[in-house]
Design a protein around this ligand. Structure first.
Ligand code: BZD
Length: 828
């Protein structure tokens, strides 16, 4: 470290926070001229974005360094959030906001000839996630920093994020999202942090001089993990935490040998192979496909992260039993479950800790969050594949399973079936490793993400484990969203209006303060301002639609939005069938009736997994309906159908504030929580939804009058499915009319939709027909209620006023208190 006589100099010239606009401008120009090697003559918006982000980045790094130093000196327990996905979106606006330099930058770049909005548009989304799970991780690390918890995220630095979606001839077409073309100013490469990761090979054991059996794993393939750090600034605090993303690189020795031997080609091939590990994000959400490369990704990331965490712990020279007092690790779904096995392996094979002591440490360290009850989403790895890739881990899993089953047998000696049901190994051909069971057994707490979901996991997929461990191991932490991005950044006008009424922006840190606007729900002036802002946001979206889809939509129409991953359980098919029903009704209307009708713009958006045929068919149908309806002169402004291509975080920031109604209409019991439902309501839209996921808690908070609920309840779903399987259930008559229209070719070649229709006329697993009438009734009510502008706006205000609970800050406090046992560290 630096000798004390030199330190003054370091302090004197250390990078400081911006004193004002001019210092920002100076830094901006310095980066244009040196970092980018450009000048006043060739600085376009992209270069200006890059220079501005470099200037902001420098400040983030200063805060980052300070925070890390503070956390190291304080030496308190940290939390590590392991997630294969962090769907961050753009960083610049958030960085300016959280660093408190938004005004400086905005007017700073304006003086220099740029508009801040244009610069922000230059940034590609960091789209390292599929949907809700990845976005939740992004909201959570924002909240961990904003509430001053010492916490790091660990993930993979994919070179390709979620694919880009185009619509060609009505179909989804995917192309790669290479988001690193112009380099990424928001990451700090840490080439010095390199960790060797092994795969394949074999295991052997021997007895050492002390008579102890030692297990050795000799890997067959080695790659290196290189760290890239992304600073995560908290809002209204100096705390800047770290998101560490791993990239895979070939090991130098390995490369060198072959190269030296003259085998250039295979040397290059091998090194490319190493890089493929972290190359691409798997584009499935809520679907498991057992690909070896995916398991490799999981182990690569888990092993690198644990090595890092353990190294940090060892620096403190504490005894191993104190590990769980210093480290909490949260498993975001089962994707990082190998961490349980890897920590056990490090402790027993590398550090010589006894099995029981090690296992105690492991289980006290981990918590596991479940995000789904859908059977097709539960990870199960074939034992042969697993054994080949990770032979030592497989042995340890067998051992964990043996001890667990022995315990269960002792507790329930008469229940032979129970053992087979809860075994980590499923006795199928081939055998499978049930990752969720391993995660439960290896953690001290298991949580669901909304009340209903947390109850469901206890009574269905994890029922036996409640019998074994008792109910206290299982809990609920309802999801939340960060109000910084999802209110202030996405909807600055609404945020400003609220601030002007409640006296400050403190609600962005304590969302319960929104309650203060409730008395204004019937205040005509406030209502006017509220409505004006909604109109503005609708016009902003309409401009986007004009640009991307090429047609105008009427901003006075009701904007009805469903944007999320396309999945049968989310029931976009029911929505588009409803749109067709509306279209047919309009066609049958008299002139007088048309005058009374509520005009609607039905907006869809979302990606389908590339291999998900049914989801792709739904996209095609939406686009086919859009084409017919939008061109039909009989319909005019009464109905427009829009599919917004390539839905992502930055598009969500435009779409969410513009909704009057948003749809969250999953079959009851299938959507674990949903988080966009929270975003829409926070922005003054009302929900049309089923009694599912967080819709239930949103209803409790905002009041039954301020949400449109419909459909069967979760408790009836099983019976209904049973009926479909074992008797003839007549198709809903309105749905039949819709199907007749599709089958008669109203929306193009009906052959395209045969399987989509028979999924409903057949077993109707998602109960589209059962819920259809109730859905149409709810839609009718929406149409009627929207005409009454006064009540509509007061409902919108009341709903927003009661959304405080859904801040991810609250969710993080709950995790910290009841699972992690970590405390905030103030930066003062
Ligand atoms: O997680 C989603 C659930 O479907 C939502 O109900 C919930 O609100 C969010 C956050 O808890 N799950 C996912 O988004 N899941 C995935 O994206 C995913 C990705 C890979 C593999 C399995 C699932």
């Amino acid at each position: 470290s630096i000798p004390s006589e030199s330190r003054q100099l370091w302090q004197k010239f250390g990078v400081k926070e911006f004193g004002g606009k001019e210092e920002f401008q100076q830094e901006f120009i310095r980066h244009v001229e040196t970092t980018l090697a450009r000048s006043i003559y060739n600085c376009d918006d992209l270069a200006a974005y890059q220079a501005a982000s470099q200037a902001i980045r420098d400040r983030l790094i200063v805060a980052w360094n300070k925070t890390q130093q503070k956390h190291t000196t304080k030496d308190r327990k940290r939390v590590y959030y392991l997630s294969l996905e962090f769907l961050m979106g753009r960083a610049m606006d958030n960085a300016m906001l959280n660093a408190g330099i938004k005004d400086i930058t905005k007017s700073g770049v304006a003086d220099l000839g740029f508009k801040i909005e244009d610069l922000l548009e230059q940034e590609p989304d960091a789209a390292l996630g599929n949907g809700g799970l990845g976005r939740l991780a992004a909201c959570f690390i924002d909240s961990i920093a904003s509430t001053n918890y010492p916490g790091w995220g660990y993930g993979l630095r994919y070179q390709y994020g979620i694919f880009k979606q185009r619509i060609v001839d009505g179909y989804q077409v995917e192309s790669p999202d290479y988001w690193l073309t112009f380099s990424n100013p928001w990451e700090i490469p840490r080439y010095e942090i390199q960790i060797d990761i092994m795969f394949y090979g074999y295991t052997r054991k021997y007895t050492n001089d002390d008579g102890k059996v030692v297990h050795v794993w000799e890997g067959g393939e080695q790659v290196q993990a290189v760290a890239y750090d992304v600073p995560v600034p908290g809002y209204g605090t100096e705390t800047t935490n770290n998101l560490r993303l791993w990239a895979s690189k070939p090991t130098r020795e390995f490369d060198f040998e072959k190269f030296n031997a003259g085998d250039y080609e295979s040397s290059v091939r091998e090194s490319q192979k190493a890089e493929t590990i972290s190359a691409v994000l798997y584009p499935n959400d809520n679907f498991y496909s057992g690909k070896e490369l995916r398991l490799k990704q999981q182990y690569f990331w888990v092993a690198a992260s644990l090595n890092d965490i353990v190294r940090r712990f060892k620096k403190t020279h504490r005894p191993w039993k104190e590990f769980p007092d210093q480290v909490a690790i949260q498993l975001n779904d089962t994707h990082p479950t190998l961490a349980v096995v890897e920590l056990q392996r490090i402790l027993i094979d590398m550090e010589g800790v006894e099995w029981d002591a090690a296992w105690n440490i492991v289980t006290n360290t981990f918590g596991y969050t479940n995000h789904t009850v859908l059977p097709e989403a539960l990870e199960k790895w074939p034992v042969p594949l697993f054994t080949n890739l990770l032979p030592r881990h497989m042995e340890i899993i067998y051992e964990i399973n043996l001890f667990f089953l022995q315990k269960v047998e002792k507790m329930f000696p008469k229940e032979r079936d129970l053992l087979a049901r809860v075994s980590i190994i499923e006795e199928s051909t081939p055998q499978q490793v049930r990752m969720a069971y391993l995660a439960i057994i290896g953690s001290h707490k298991v949580n669901g993400v909304a009340e209903l979901h947390s109850e469901l996991i206890k009574t269905t997929i994890f029922k036996d484990f409640v019998t074994i461990y008792g109910p206290d191991k299982f809990m609920n932490v309802t999801n939340g969203i960060t109000p910084r991005r999802w209110l202030h950044q996405a909807n600055p006008k609404l945020s400003d209006l609220i601030a002007s009424k409640v006296g400050s922006y403190d609600f962005l840190k304590d969302l319960n303060l929104l309650k203060k606007i409730e008395p204004l729900a019937h205040d005509p002036k406030f209502q006017d301002e509220w409505v004006t802002i909604k109109k503005f946001n609708k016009a902003r979206l309409a401009a986007h639609i004009k640009q991307s889809n090429g047609f105008e939509v009427n901003v006075n129409a009701l904007f009805d939005v469903q944007v999320k991953r396309i999945h049968e359980y989310k029931r976009q098919q029911m929505n588009i069938f409803g749109v067709i029903h509306r279209y047919l009704s309009i066609k049958a209307m008299t002139k007088e009736e048309k005058k009374e009708a509520t005009p609607r713009v039905c907006i869809f958006g979302g990606k389908s997994a590339p291999g998900y045929y049914m989801a792709k068919t739904i996209i095609k149908l939406i686009n086919a309906v859009s084409e017919v309806v939008n061109a039909d002169a009989d319909v005019g402004d009464l109905l427009k159908v829009v599919f917004i291509a390539d839905y992502n975080v930055s598009k969500a920031e435009i779409i969410v504030p513009a909704s009057d109604i948003s749809q969250h209409i999953s079959t009851a019991g299938t959507e674990a929580s949903g988080t966009s439902n929270m975003k829409f309501v926070l922005n003054g839209g009302l929900i049309l939804g089923t009694v599912d996921g967080a819709n239930i808690e949103i209803t409790r908070e905002v009041g039954e009058n301020n949400i449109f609920l419909f459909g069967h309840l979760a408790e009836s779903v099983e019976d209904l499915r049973h009926k479909h399987r074992f008797s003839d259930v007549p198709l809903d008559p309105n749905l039949e009319k819709v199907f007749n229209a599709i089958e008669s070719g109203t929306f193009g070649d009906p052959n395209i939709y045969v399987s989509l229709i028979s999924s409903v006329t057949g077993s109707d697993y998602y109960l589209v027909s059962d819920d259809f009438q109730s859905y149409l009734d709810a839609q009718k009510l929406v149409d009627q209620d929207f005409k009454n502008k006064d009540t509509w706006v007061s409902r919108s205000i009341t709903a927003v006023a009661n959304m405080g609970f859904f801040s991810s800050d609250r969710a993080i406090d709950e995790y910290a208190e009841s699972i992690w046992n970590v405390e905030p560290i103030s930066m003062e």
